[in-house]
Design a protein around this ligand. Structure first.
Ligand SMILES: Cc1cc2nc3c(=O)[nH]c(=O)nc-3n(C[C@H](O)[C@H](O)[C@H](O)COP(=O)(O)OP(=O)(O)OC[C@H]3O[C@@H](n4cnc5c(N)ncnc54)[C@H](O)[C@@H]3O)c2cc1C
Ligand code: FES
Ligand code: FES
Length: 1316
C-alpha cells in the first residue's frame, strides 16, 4: 500500500497510520491525475492505507511534506504553500497532532479544487477525518478562514456578532476576550503558487500509448489492461481474480479477514468502464466511475433536468452525501459498491428499487440485466458469472407519477456503515393515488440487499392511504425475516427501522400527492412535516470567552495568553516525530503479537513450526524467553507480559513473532497454532462476576449520616439502576515502542508512546532482570493517550524488550488498530444501583448506592477507579445521609484501565440519573432538583473534606444566563407542540470536579533546566506531551520566571535519563505539579544570576549568562515539587484526598427524530471555573476535546462482544467516535472570570479531565426529548435509559405503533452489548 511505501521506503513519515482501513483519515494524501483527452487535471484526497501503489501509475502523489515544511520556510514559495499548516496551527487546531497531517491534506485538496470553498464543502471534506483530541471546533475555525463566508459566530444577538460584542459580555471591570488567534497573522492564500502537476507525467500521458501493465510482488501479481477485450480475456483466464478499482472492499477483506488473491486485475484505465452517457431514458455511468464522480454527475443532472425526471438521481445523491467520507468516495467505484453486494451497500437498495440496469460483458457475450436480479436468492452471485464484468450502470429518469426515496440510519450520521437502509419507489396510475408499481428494497438488514417482493405485489392496485400503510407494515415485517445480526444491533431496532422507513416514505409521498393535487389529497398534518427533513451537518458557530490578562503584564510574559502549541506547526507539516516515525535502526526487527482466542483456558500446546518457516521470520518469543519477571504483582493478582500456562481473556498476549518486516511478522503470527482446553467459569459480565463472587480486593465503602433512619422519614423513595458501557481510548496513534539494545552493559534505549516513562523503565528492567539504570526511556510526544498508555504500554514495552534482549536486535512494536482495541482495554463498564429517599419539595435526604465496575482479567487500576467513583459520586450535591459501595469485578475480559475522568464520568452519571428520577417523581424540573440539592455554602463532602462551592453556583448561574436557559426551554416547548415526529430536549448539568491524586508521592515532580553559554535554555521535566500542551505551558512558565522570550527556550524530550522517577502524567495534574518544579528550577537559576543582574541591570540576558559562566556559576538546576498533601483513610471513611475543586456547568439542546432515533446536537454552552488559565487556547481546547469525548461516551461509543468474550468492535468502521457531524451546531465555552486558586501554579487549575463529564448534558437533553415524546403519548412516566444513549435506545424509548409491532415478536440478540 502507498502508506507503508511512503513511510518505510521513502521515509516520508508525515502521513500517519491510524487504522489501516480507510476509517480515520490519518493517512490522507492528495492524488492528481491528468486526462490527456480533456486536458484536465483532477485532484482528489485518498486514504494511503488502502491505495495500492500499482494503481498510481501516471499519477502524482502529494503528501503533507509537499505542502510545507518549517525547514524551507525561508523560501517565498514554500512560505506561501505553508498557509494550510500555519492556519491550522495558529487556530489551535492540533493537540497531540497525530490526526493533523491528514486534516491538512483534506483541506489542502479541497482548496486545490475550490480556492474559496463554501462551509458546506469544507464540512464535507472533513467528514472522513477523525480527531480524538480537539473536538474539531478549532480545526473548523481554521477551515472557516478559507471559506467565503464570515468567520464570526454569526450569532447576531443585539445586532452584534461575537467579534464586536466583547464589551457587552461582562460588566466593564472584567475585561474578557473572545479571540484565541488573530487573522492578521495569517499569510494570504495564493493559489497561483501551488505545486504544479509534474510536466513529465503530463507528457507521459500525452505521448505514451497506453499499454497493459503488470507488476509482480512477493505473493501477488497486478495486471492492469487498457481495453475491454483484454480485460475480458484476462477475466476468462483468471475468473477468480477480483477486479480492483478503489480497493475499499477487497483491501479491508485482505487486510482484516485473511482473504488472499494471488492475481488482481485493475480495470480503471479502460475507457468503457469510465463512460458517462446521457441517453433518452437515463444516464449510463461506467462501473469504474468513482462515487465522487457519480455524485458530481448526478448533482449536475439534478440542476439540468426537470425535477420530474431526476427523482432517482436525487435519492441516490441523498445516500452518496453521507456514504463514507470524501476520501473513500474518491476511491470507491460505483461498480465495486454494486458488485460487492454487501448488505451495507447504500446504493444497491435505491438503485435496485429504481429499476437500474447493469451492462455486463464476458468474452464474446454482452447482456443487460436488472440490478435487482443480482440479489435474487438473497445469498449473492447467482446472476453475474465469475467470467463476467460489469461495464456500466444505467440509471433511469423518473417518470410522471413516480416517487423515489432513499433512507439510511447509521451509528453515526456520516462516515458510518448503515444499520439499515432502504430504497423505495412507487408509480401511480396516471392522475390517481392507485399504486401501479411499487418497489421496496432494504439493506443492512440481512446478508445482502433484500426486496419486499410479496409486499409490493400485494399492494399493487391499492390506494395510497392509511389502510394500505397498515397492511404494508404488517406484510413487510412478515416478509423480511431477520436472523440474529452479526454486528451487534438488535434485531428489533432493524425491524422498527424497516417499518419506520416505509412510514416515512408514506408521509413523503402523501405530501407530494397533495402538492400535485391539493383538492384530492389531504397531505399530512402540519406537525408531521418536519420529519421529512433529515438532519444535516452545518458549519458550527462557536465562541470562546476568557479573561484577558492585566494590562500591566509585561508584553513578553506569555502566561495567560492563548499561545499556540509549541509543536503546532510541526504537527501540521508532518515534521513532528512520533515513535514509528523514528528512522529504522540497523538490523531492526518488527514484532507482531499472537493473542489468545479464548477467554479462559489452559494452554495445551503452542505450535510455532509453520510460523517459523515464514519468509523473514527471525524468532518467536514466549514467556520462557523472559529473563526475570513475567508477572508483576502490584496487588494480589498479577499483570502479565506473556500468558504462561493459561489464558484469562481473549486478546491476552501468548507469544510474539519477530521478523524482518511488519508484514512478515504479521503473516507468521497468523500461523502460530495454539491448542486450548477451556476452563470454567468464563466470567464476562458484571452480573456473572457478582454471581461468582469474583472481585478484586479491597471493596470500598463510604458512609455518612444515618441512612437507614433517613429512609424511614422521607416522603418518597425511588430505586433503580443504570448501565454505563465501556469506552475505547481510541488515541489515533496506536501503542508504539522501539527498543534499541546499546550493545554494552545491558543498556537499552526504549522509545515509547507512554504517559509514564518511569513505569516503562521499571517494568522493562524487572522483566530483563537488570537495574533500572540500564534502561533509558525516551518520550518525545504521544499521539493521544487519555489514560490508555500507562501500565498497558509497560507490558508492551516489556514484550519488545524481551524480544530485543533475546535477539540482540532493535525491535519495533506498533500495534495495529485491531490489536490495540482487542488487547489494551479501556474505560470500565459500570453498573450503578441506587435507592434515593427525598421529600415532596425535592430535597434529597438519603442515598444508598452500589457501583460495580468491570475490571477485566487483571487488577490494573480498577480498585483505584472504584475508589474515585465513590469519592466523586456526590458531584455537585450535598446528600446528608449517604452510603455508597464500590466493587471492582474480576472477569475474563481484557483488563480495563485508566481513562480520562477515572470513574467520575460513570458515578456522577448515576447521580444525575437519580436526580432526574426524583424530578419525575416530585413533578419538578430536573434543574430545580439540582438547585435545591446543590452544595450551598462552606460545606463538607461525604468524606468530610471542606469545600467552598461559591464558584459552583457562579458557574451554574452564568451558564443559565449565557444559555438563556429558560427562554430556550420555552422555545423547546413550543417546538415540541408543533412537531410530532421530531422533538427537542434541553438540559443543564452542574459539575464539581475534585482535583487530586489521593497521596502525596503521586504528585511529586521534578524539572531540569540548563542554560547554555549562548543564552539558550533547554528545559525538561517529568510531564508527557500527549496533546494537552504541557510543554507549551512549561515553556510559558520558564519564560515568565527567567524573563526571557519563549523562543529562547527549547524542550527536547521527556526521559528517564534527565528526570528520574517521574510520576505519570495523569489526573489533570501535569501542569500543576511540573509547573511548580519548573518554576522552582528557574527560580534557583535566577537566584544564582541575581547578583550578576544587580551589578549590570542594563545588561542583556546573554551578557549575564556569559558573565555567570566566567564567574563559574552553575547554569544548570533541578527543580522539585514534593506533591500535594493529600490523604484518605478508608477505614474511617474520611480524609483530604483532593487539593481543590474545579467547577462547571453545561447546557445542551438536542433534536431527535422519533422515527429513527437519530439526533442532532444543536447547541451547548459551557461555563468552567479553571482558576487563572495559563493558556486559554490550550485550556479551552482541553474542555472542548473532553466534552466531545464525553458525547462519545454517553451517546454513541459502543463496545460489542460475542457471547464468548471476543471483542467485535476493533476499528473505526465498527466503533464510532464523534466526528465533525457530532459537535453542537452552536458551541460556546466561557471560562469563569476572577477565579483564583491558591494551590496551583499561577492560580490555575488542572483541566485535562473535567470537561468530559459535561458531555452528559447531551445525554440528559436527549432524555428530556424522549420524556416529552412519552408524555405526549401518555406512556409510563418512569423509564430507564442506559449509556451510551444510542439511536437504537432512543428509538425504542419513543414507543409507538411501530415499536409495538415488535413487542409481540421478541427476538433476542445473541451478542453482549456494551453493558458488561
Ligand atoms: C471506511 C469505509 C467506509 C465505507 N462506508 C460505506 C458506506 O457508508 N456505505 C456504503 O454503501 N459503502 C461504504 N463503504 C464501501 C464502499 O463503498 C465500497 O467498498 C466500494 O464502493 C467498493 O468499490 P471499490 O472500487 O473500492 O471496490 P474494490 O474493492 O476495488 O472491488 C470490490 C469488488 O467488486 C468487484 N468489482 C469491482 N468492479 C467490478 C466490475 N466492474 N465488474 C465486476 N466486478 C467488479 C471486484 O471484483 C471486487 O470483488 C465503505 C468502505 C470503507 C473502506
Ligand atoms: S490509516 Fe488510513 S484511514 Fe486510518
Ligand atoms: S489532535 Fe487530533 S487526534 Fe490528537
Amino acid at each position: 500500500m502507498l502508506l507503508s511505501y511512503l513511510r518505510k521506503r521513502l521515509r516520508l513519515t508525515g502521513t500517519k497510520y491510524g487504522c489501516g482501513g480507510g476509517g480515520c483519515g490519518a493517512c490522507t494524501v492528495m492524488i492528481s491525475t491528468y486526462e490527456p483527452a480533456s486536458k484536465k487535471i483532477r485532484h482528489y484526497s485518498a486514504n494511503a492505507c488502502l491505495l495500492p501503489i500499482c494503481s498510481l501509475y501516471g499519477a502524482a502523489v502529494t503528501t503533507v511534506e509537499g505542502v510545507g515544511s518549517t525547514k524551507t520556510r525561508v523560501h517565498p514559495v514554500q512560505v506561501r504553500v505553508q498557509y494550510h499548516c500555519e492556519r491550522l496551527a495558529k487556530c489551535h487546531g492540533s493537540q497531540c497532532g497525530f490526526c493533523t497531517p491528514g486534516m491538512v491534506m483534506s483541506i489542502y485538496t479541497l482548496l486545490r479544487n475550490h480556492p474559496e470553498p463554501t462551509s458546506e464543502q469544507m464540512i464535507a471534506a472533513l467528514a472522513g477525518n477523525l480527531c480524538r483530541c480537539t473536538g474539531y471546533r478549532p480545526i473548523l475555525d481554521a477551515c472557516k478562514t478559507f471559506c467565503k463566508e464570515s468567520i464570526c459566530c454569526q450569532r447576531k444577538t443585539n445586532e452584534k456578532c461575537c467579534l464586536d460584542q466583547e464589551d457587552d459580555l461582562f460588566d466593564k471591570e472584567e475585561k474578557v476576550s473572545t479571540r484565541l488567534f488573530s487573522t492578521d497573522e495569517f499569510q494570504p492564500l495564493d493559489p497561483t503558487q501551488e505545486l504544479i502537476f509534474p510536466p513529465e507525467l503530463m507528457r507521459m500521458a500525452e505521448n505514451q500509448p497506453k499499454r497493459t501493465l503488470s507488476f509482480h510482488g512477493e505473493r501477488m501479481t497486478w495486471i492492469s489492461p487498457v481495453s475491454l477485450d483484454e480485460l475480458l480475456d484476462l477475466k476468462a483466464s483468471y475468473p477468480k481474480a477480483p477486479l480492483l478499482v478503489g480497493n475499499t472492499s477487497v483491501g479491508p477483506e485482505m487486510k482484516f479477514r485473511g482473504v488472499f488473491h494471488p492475481i488482481v486485475i485493475a480495470p480503471a484505465r479502460i475507457p468503457d468502464l469510465n463512460v458517462v452517457k446521457c441517453l433518452d431514458d437515463g444516464l449510463t455511468l461506467g462501473a469504474a466511475c468513482s462515487l465522487s464522480v457519480v455524485k458530481d454527475i448526478l448533482t449536475n443532472a439534478v440542476v439540468e433536468f426537470p425535477e420530474e425526471k431526476t427523482k432517482v438521481f436525487s435519492a441516490v445523491l441523498q445516500q452518496l452525501r453521507t456514504l463514507a467520507g470524501e476520501q473513500i468516495r474518491n476511491m470507491a467505484s460505483l461498480g465495486g459498491n454494486i458488485v460487492s453486494r454487501k448488505s451495507t451497500s447504500d446504493l444497491n437498495p435505491i438503485l435496485a428499487a429504481s429499476n437500474c440496469m447493469l451492462n455486463l460483458a464476458s468474452r464474446g457475450r454482452k447482456r443487460q440485466i436488472p440490478l435487482r436480479d443480482i440479489f435474487a436468492d438473497g445469498v449473492g452471485n447467482n446472476t453475474i458469472t465469475p467470467e463476467e464484468i460489469l461495464v456500466s450502470v444505467h440509471i433511469p429518469y423518473s417518470r410522471k407519477g413516480e416517487y423515489v426515496s432513499a433512507f439510511r440510519q447509521a451509528p453515526r450520521r456520516e462516515n458510518a456503515l448503515p444499520v439499515t437502509n432502504a430504497g423505495m419507489r412507487v408509480l401511480f396510475e396516471e392522475g390517481t393515488d392507485t399504486i401501479k408499481d411499487l418497489s421496496i428494497f432494504y439493506g443492512g438488514a440481512v446478508s445482502t440487499t433484500v426486496c419486499a417482493k410479496q409486499t409490493c405485489r400485494t399492494l399493487i392496485g391499492r390506494h395510497w392511504n392509511k389502510q394500505m400503510l397498515d397492511e404494508a407494515c404488517r406484510l413487510v415485517l412478515k416478509e423480511i425475516a431477520l436472523p440474529g445480526s452479526d454486528s451487534g444491533e438488535k434485531v428489533d431496532y432493524k425491524k422498527t427501522l424497516i417499518v419506520s422507513f416505509f412510514y416515512r416514505f408514506f408521509l413523503e409521498v402523501s405530501q407530494s400527492l397533495k402538492t400535485m393535487d391539493p383538492c384530492h389529497y389531504p397531505g399530512i398534518p402540519m406537525e408531521y412535516r418536519s420529519v421529512l427533513q433529515d438532519f444535516k451537518t452545518k458549519m458550527p458557530q462557536s465562541i470562546q470567552i476568557y479573561q484577558d490578562i492585566e494590562p500591566s503584564q509585561s508584553p513578553q510574559d506569555p502566561v495567560g495568553r492563548p499561545v499556540m502549541h509549541q509543536s503546532g506547526i510541526k504537527h501540521a507539516t508532518g515534521e513532528a516525530v512520533y515513535v514509528d516515525d523514528l528512522p529504522s535502526v540497523d538490523g531492526e526487527l518488527f514484532l507482531a503479537v499472537v493473542t489468545s482466542s479464548r477467554a479462559h483456558a489452559k494452554i495445551v500446546s503452542i505450535d510455532t513450526s509453520e510460523a517459523l518457516k515464514g519468509p523473514g521470520v527471525f524468532d518467536i518469543i514466549t514467556a520462557h524467553d523472559v529473563p526475570a519477571t513475567n508477572e508483576f504483582y502490584y496487588s494480589d493478582d498479577p499483570e502479565i507480559i506473556f500468558a504462561r500456562n493459561k489464558v484469562i481473556c481473549v486478546g491476552q498476549i501468548v507469544c510474539a513473532v519477530v521478523a524482518d518486516s511488519d508484514d512478515h511478522a504479521k503473516q507468521a503470527a497468523a500461523k502460530v497454532k495454539i491448542e486450548y482446553e477451556v476452563l470454567e467459569p468464563v466470567i464476562l459480565t458484571i452480573a456473572e462476576a457478582i454471581q461468582h463472587n469474583s472481585f478484586f480486593e479491597p471493596k470500598r465503602k463510604l458512609e455518612q449520616g444515618n441512612v437507614d433512619r433517613a429512609f424511614e422519614t422521607v416522603d418518597n423513595i425511588i430505586e433503580g439502576e443504570i448501565h454505563i458501557g465501556g469506552q475505547e481510548h481510541f488515541y489515533i496513534e496506536t501503542q508504539s515502542v522501539l527498543v534499541v539494545p546499546k550493545g554494552e552493559d545491558k543498556e537499552m534505549d526504549v522509545y515509547v508512546s507512554t504517559q509514564h516513562p518511569a513505569i516503562i523503565q521499571e517494568m522493562v528492567a524487572a522483566s530483563l532482570g537488570v537495574p533500572a539504570n540500564r534502561i533509558m526511556c525516551h518520550v518525545k510526544r504521544v499521539g493521544g493517550a487519555f489514560g490508555g498508555k500507562l501500565l498497558k504500554a509497560g507490558l508492551l514495552a516489556s514484550v519488545a524488550a524481551v524480544a530485543a534482549n533475546k535477539t540482540s536486535r532493535a525491535v519495533r512494536l506498533i500495534l495495529s488498530r485491531g490489536d490495540d482495541m482487542l488487547i489494551t482495554g479501556g474505560r470500565h463498564p459500570f453498573i450503578g444501583k441506587y435507592k434515593v429517599g427525598f421529600m415532596k419539595d425535592g430535597r434529597i435526604r438519603a442515598v444508598d448506592a452500589k457501583y460495580y465496575i468491570n475490571g477485566g482479567c487483571t487488577p490494573d487500576e480498577s480498585v483505584l477507579v472504584a475508589e474515585v467513583s465513590l469519592l466523586k459520586m456526590d458531584n455537585a450535591y450535598k446528600i446528608p445521609n449517604l452510603r455508597c459501595r464500590a466493587y471492582a469485578c474480576k472477569t475474563n475480559l481484557p483488563s480495563n484501565t485508566a481513562f480520562r475522568g477515572f470513574g467520575f464520568p460513570q458515578s456522577a452519571l448515576v447521580t444525575e440519573t437519580w436526580i432526574t428520577g426524583v424530578a419525575d417523581k416530585v413533578g419538578l424540573s430536573p434543574e430545580k432538583i439540582r438547585e435545591i440539592n446543590m452544595y450551598k455554602e462552606n460545606e463538607q463532602t461525604h468524606f468530610k473534606q471542606k469545600l467552598d462551592p461559591q464558584n459552583l453556583i457562579r458557574c451554574w448561574n452564568e451558564c443559565m444566563e449565557k444559555s438563556a436557559y429558560y427562554s430556550r426551554k420555552t422555545a423547546v416547548n413550543e417546538f415540541n407542540k408543533q412537531n410530532y415526529w421530531k422533538k427537542k430536549g434541553i438540559a443543564i448539568v452542574p459539575m464539581k470536579f475534585p482535583f487530586g491524586l489521593g497521596t502525596r508521592y503521586l504528585s511529586q515532580a521534578a524539572a531540569l533546566v540548563h542554560i547554555y553559554t549562548d543564552g539558550s535554555v533547554l528545559l525538561t521535566h517529568g510531564g508527557i506531551e500527549m496533546g494537552q500542551g504541557i510543554h507549551t505551558k512549561m515553556i510559558q512558565v520558564a519564560s515568565r520566571e527567567l524573563n526571557i522570550p519563549m523562543s529562547c527556550i527549547h524542550f527536547c524530550e521527556t526521559s528517564t535519563t534527565t528526570v528520574p522517577n517521574a510520576c505519570a502524567s495523569v489526573g489533570s495534574a501535569g501542569t500543576d505539579v511540573n509547573g511548580m518544579a519548573v518554576k522552582d528550577a528557574c527560580q534557583t537559576l535566577m537566584k544564582r544570576l541575581q547578583p550578576i543582574i544587580n551589578k549590570n541591570p542594563k545588561g542583556t540576558w546573554n551578557d549575564w549568562i556569559k558573565e555567570a559562566f566566567e564567574q563559574s556559576v552553575s547554569l544548570s538546576a533541578t527543580g522539585y515539587f514534593r506533591g500535594y498533601n493529600e490523604n484518605m483513610d478508608w477505614e474511617k471513611g474520611e480524609g483530604q484526598p483532593f487539593t481543590y475543586f474545579l467547577y462547571g456547568a453545561a447546557c445542551s439542546e438536542v433534536e431527535i427524530n422519533c422515527l429513527t432515533g437519530d439526533h442532532k446536537n444543536i447547541r451547548t454552552d459551557i461555563v468552567m471555573d479553571i482558576g487563572c488559565s495559563i493558556n486559554p487556547a490550550v485550556d479551552i481546547g482541553q474542555i472542548e476535546g473532553a466534552f466531545v469525548q464525553g458525547i462519545g461516551l454517553y451517546t454513541m461509543e459502543e463496545l460489542k462482544y460475542s457471547p464468548e468474550g471476543v471483542l467485535y468492535t476493533r476499528g473505526p468502521d465498527q466503533y464510532k467516535i464523534p466526528a465533525v457531524c457530532d459537535i453542537p451546531e452552536q458551541f460556546s465555552v466561557s471560562l469563569l472570570s476572577s477565579s483564583q486558586n491558591p494551590y496551583a501554579i499561577y492560580a490555575s487549575k488542572g483541566i485535562g479531565e473535567a470537561g468530559l463529564f459535561l458531555g452528559c448534558s447531551v445525554f440528559f437533553a436527549l432524555r428530556d426529548a424522549v420524556t416529552r415524546v412519552r408524555n405526549e403519548r401518555g406512556l409510563k412516566k418512569t423509564f430507564a435509559l442506559n449509556s451510551p444513549l444510542t439511536a437504537e435506545q432512543i428509538r425504542a424509548s419513543c414507543t409507538d405503533d411501530f415499536t409495538e409491532m415488535m413487542a409481540n415478536n421478541e427476538s433476542a440478540s445473541p451478542l453482549l452489548g456494551p453493558h458488561l
